[in-house]
Design a protein around this ligand. Structure first.
Ligand code: 5RP
Length: 296
């Protein structure tokens, strides 16, 4: 075991020397096999190396939260503007038209709800079913520091092992329990552990201080969750700063589907992520689209 008496926080993240991608669009994945790289090339836009994932898997733990009461009415109209849909297999089969040609990151764990200990999850989707559903990624939470930390790390490890058999990448989602700090030290630890165990990419949260170091210290791409609903301009600003500081995109839920105009919002987020549009311009674009849809 490493000497626990002299744990030093990392200091030199080489921010002026970006990691060499080895000729592949997705950081840290140049040495993956053909099927993994094929799916990653669907998840990440080959022109920009970034992605706008639309997350609407919240119901697996939270039930019909605001904006997701009727996914057929609120999410289906948005789906064509997303690069990736992140959802459960139940919603995918029940409500998402299979003719919609948008890749899916499949929520692959379950076992808890907001009423109990959220970290008490297990892998819940058989790999055969993920293949049947044409999943491009398997997604599960890694709960560092939580009661069921070990179990969550093993869940991700199992998905990676099984996914590799079928060429399906794994997305580790850094879950934050109610008591956990949301700072660079915590997310630096959680994202690095997720990458070290073999996750192909990692979902985390933007933090005001030290986000660039979190991205630099994680050898695979980080996409950010949106978190709680913010005013639209603030959410665009957060997406811009995240990408500018090294994130490979967003996996955003509430800040899109709870926006005043979700269809306009996802298109504005996409401009920020793929074109590095400045937040003010992206917000103007959002308002223009909103005005057009109201006039129609
Ligand atoms: C919940 C998730 C969500 O997909 C994640 O929280 C993203 O959604 P939001 O942008 O609303 O935070 O992993 O289990």
């Amino acid at each position: 075991m490493a000497d626990m008496e002299d744990l030093r926080d990392g200091k030199d993240f080489g921010l002026d020397r970006p990691q060499d991608k080895g000729g592949f669009i997705v950081k840290g994945n140049a040495n993956g096999d053909w099927g993994i790289k094929r799916r990653l090339s669907r998840l990440f836009n080959p022109d920009t190396g970034r992605t706008v994932m639309l997350a609407f898997d919240h119901g697996y733990m939270q039930g019909p939260t605001s904006g997701l009461e009727r996914i057929d009415l609120t999410i289906v109209p948005l789906a064509q503007y997303a690069d990736v849909l992140m959802c459960t297999r139940g919603v995918l089969r029940s409500l998402i038209p299979p003719t919609l040609n948008v890749p899916v990151a499949l929520r692959a764990t379950a076992g808890a709800s907001v009423l109990t200990e959220m970290s008490n999850e297990a892998v819940s989707v058989a790999m055969e079913d993920a293949v049947r559903l044409d999943a491009c990624a398997l997604a599960a939470q890694i709960y560092i520091g939580a009661e069921f930390e070990h179990q969550s790390i093993m869940n991700i490890s199992k998905l990676i092992n099984e996914g590799l058999r079928f060429g399906i990448p794994t997305l580790a989602v850094t879950g934050v329990g109610k008591e956990m700090a949301r700072n660079a030290r915590y997310f630096g630890l959680a994202t690095r552990i997720a990458a070290e165990i073999g996750s192909h990419y990692v979902k985390s949260y933007f933090v005001e201080e030290g986000f660039e170091s979190i991205c630099a210290g994680c050898p695979v791409p980080i996409v950010i969750a949106g978190g709680k609903k913010l005013p639209e301009q603030d959410a665009l600003d957060m997406a811009y700063r995240a990408v500018d500081q090294g994130a490979a995109g967003v996996d955003m839920g509430r800040n899109i589907f709870q926006a005043d105009d979700p269809v306009a919002m996802i298109q504005a987020v996409s401009r920020v992520v793929h074109e590095l549009e400045k937040p003010q311009r992206a917000y103007e674009f959002y308002n223009d689209l909103k005005a057009q849809s109201r006039a129609a």
